[in-house]
Design a protein around this ligand. Structure first.
Ligand code: BES
Ligand code: MN
Ligand code: ZN
Length: 480
């Protein structure tokens, strides 16, 4: 359940907790009832990221939120500060704050950032329990003066849409695999499309066969669950361009016959996080009046071992006619993406982004918080990097080193599906590069940041929905 966010002029009486921004210099708001010296005695100096809960004998709990140098604030800092506030508010249901009313940050951006920080921090996956997990927060109240209220409210509107989308992506990825298989996510896509005014086409196994999507069928071969490919289309009047989004939707990745060890398989219900981000993004475009045409492709199947599973040494033929020799069935993401990228090229996209929990190698390179980005067109990769900076979903570019292409050479097919021992994130990128022709393309490897083990800032334990807000930002600013 998403809390509601409202904008009002004065702190409402029913607030249980009130977040009071305090900088490292300047006056301390009287509402806190503490002097700067008293705050400092409790270890609170007003530094960015600090919070101090000030219990009250009666009335709402006041929470001092450090904002550092108030003149140097930006939306990223406000998003973090709002998250710290909601975390510090704990079980309180109604939280009010003037965080979005600080001069110096654009009112719209401030409204959006505070909304996102608060809502994303409040997220909890309900779970499948007799007593479902619940968000404590039901209402976030942004107190803003006459001058900024209108701007803040419009930011709240956008922030509510982007946060709800991230909630959806998190929910989809957190859902256990028996409750979220390829048919289930396709059904969810049909429902979301109907609710949000976009077109949805679902392709079943026979249709994928007729279309020559050998990557999807090969990965699906070992599963008793049929595959689904979903194409979602949003078409505004006089589009500024056509952006394609391709999401890896491996609903559960056991590794196939190249079976993963148990520990490595543990989080693999989330191997559809790319598809979840694309679906959640598509659902926002009409509400946000996106000016570009956007097509989303969800490439959904399990990767399972069985008597019918894909074997090592088998050769698959993809939608674009290229072939691959399978040398490790656990390198399956690139196989399903190959068909999706081929279709995006056929559908005449002006630019393509794929998003995938693709390689452990990318986690080794960049850790758990930073996604990898690679691409064939620096100007487009830079647009993706700019979107990432805006939404604070960090990415770092790795080179598509062409001299590594020979690591994919195969004697029996156009390429094998694994590279050598090193540079696994890059060789995976080079494999995908075979399917984008010369369309500007960026590949996001989100294996690291797809989940977190513990609550931290606006990330809540479990699936993060990483990339959802980034893709929304990219789509809504996209021009050919
Ligand atoms: N889904 C995994 C990558 C992954 C690992 C994502 C951990 C999130 C957390 C992917 O399909 C995979 O198994 N990749 C292999 C590729 C290898 C066989 C070339 C890997 O990274 O080990
Ligand atoms: Mn795998
Ligand atoms: Zn996988």
């Amino acid at each position: 359940m998403t809390a509601t966010v409202s904008v009002v002029r004065t702190t409402p009486k029913h607030a249980n907790a009130v977040g009071v921004p305090v900088g490292t210099s300047g006056a301390v708001p009287r509402s806190l009832g503490l002097s700067r010296a008293a705050l400092a005695a409790h270890g609170f100096e007003g530094k960015l990221g600090q919070v101090l809960v000030v219990p009250a004998a009666s009335g709402p709990t006041h929470i001092a939120i450090g904002i550092g140098d108030a003149g140097a604030l930006n939306p990223q800092a406000l998003r973090n500060a709002a998250a710290s506030l909601v975390r510090a508010a704990g079980k309180h249901a109604v939280v009010a704050t003037t965080l979005a009313d600080i001069e110096g940050v654009d009112a719209v951006k401030a409204g959006q950032a505070v909304t996102e920080g608060g809502l994303l921090a409040a997220y909890r996956y309900a779970g499948i329990k007799r007593e479902p997990n619940r968000n404590a927060l039901t209402e976030l109240v942004l107190v803003a003066g006459e001058k900024r209220a209108k701007g803040v409210a419009s930011g709240v509107e956008r922030g509510t849409v982007t946060s709800s989308a991230a909630y959806l992506a998190r929910d989809l990825a957190n859902t256990p695999p028996a409750y979220m298989n390829a048919r289930n996510i396709a059904d969810r896509a049909v429902q979301l499309a109907a609710e949000t005014g976009i077109t949805c086409e679902v392709f079943n196994k026979d249709q994928l066969e007729a279309m020559g999507c050998g990557g999807m069928l090969g990965v699906n071969r070992g599963s008793t669950e049929p595959p689904r490919m979903v194409r979602l289309t949003y078409t505004p009047k006089n589009p500024t361009g056509h952006l394609a989004l391709v999401g890896k939707g491996v609903m559960f990745d056991s590794g196939g016959l190249s079976l993963k060890p148990s520990d490595g398989m543990l989080g693999m219900k989330m191997d559809m996080s790319g598809a979840a981000a694309v679906l959640a993004t598509m659902g926002t475009l009409k509400a946000l009046k996106c000016k570009a045409k956007v097509t989303g492709y969800l490439m959904c199947t399990d990767n399972m071992p069985s008597g019918s599973a894909l074997k090592l040494g088998d050769v698959l033929t993809f939608r674009n006619g290229k072939t691959s020799e399978i040398q490790n069935t656990d390198a399956e993401g690139r196989l399903v993406l190959a068909d999706g990228l081929s279709l995006a090229v056929e559908d005449k996209a002006d630019a393509i982004v794929d998003i995938a929990t693709l390689t452990g190698a990318c986690m080794v390179a960049l850790g758990m918080k930073v996604a990898g980005v690679m691409g064939n067109n620096q100007a487009f990769v830079d647009k993706v990097r700019a979107a990432s900076a805006t939404t604070d979903e960090p990415i770092w570019q790795l080179p598509l080193e062409k001299s590594y292409r020979k690591l994919l050479d195969s004697n029996v097919a156009d390429m094998r599906n694994i590279g050598g021992s090193w540079g696994g994130a890059i060789t995976a990128g080079l494999f995908l590069n075979e399917f984008v022709a010369d369309v500007p393309w960026a590949h996001l490897d989100i294996a690291g940041p797809m989940s977190v083990d513990a609550d931290e800032g606006w990330l809540s334990r479990g699936a993060t929905g990483f990339g959802t807000r980034l893709l929304i930002e990219l789509a809504t600013t996209f021009k050919k």
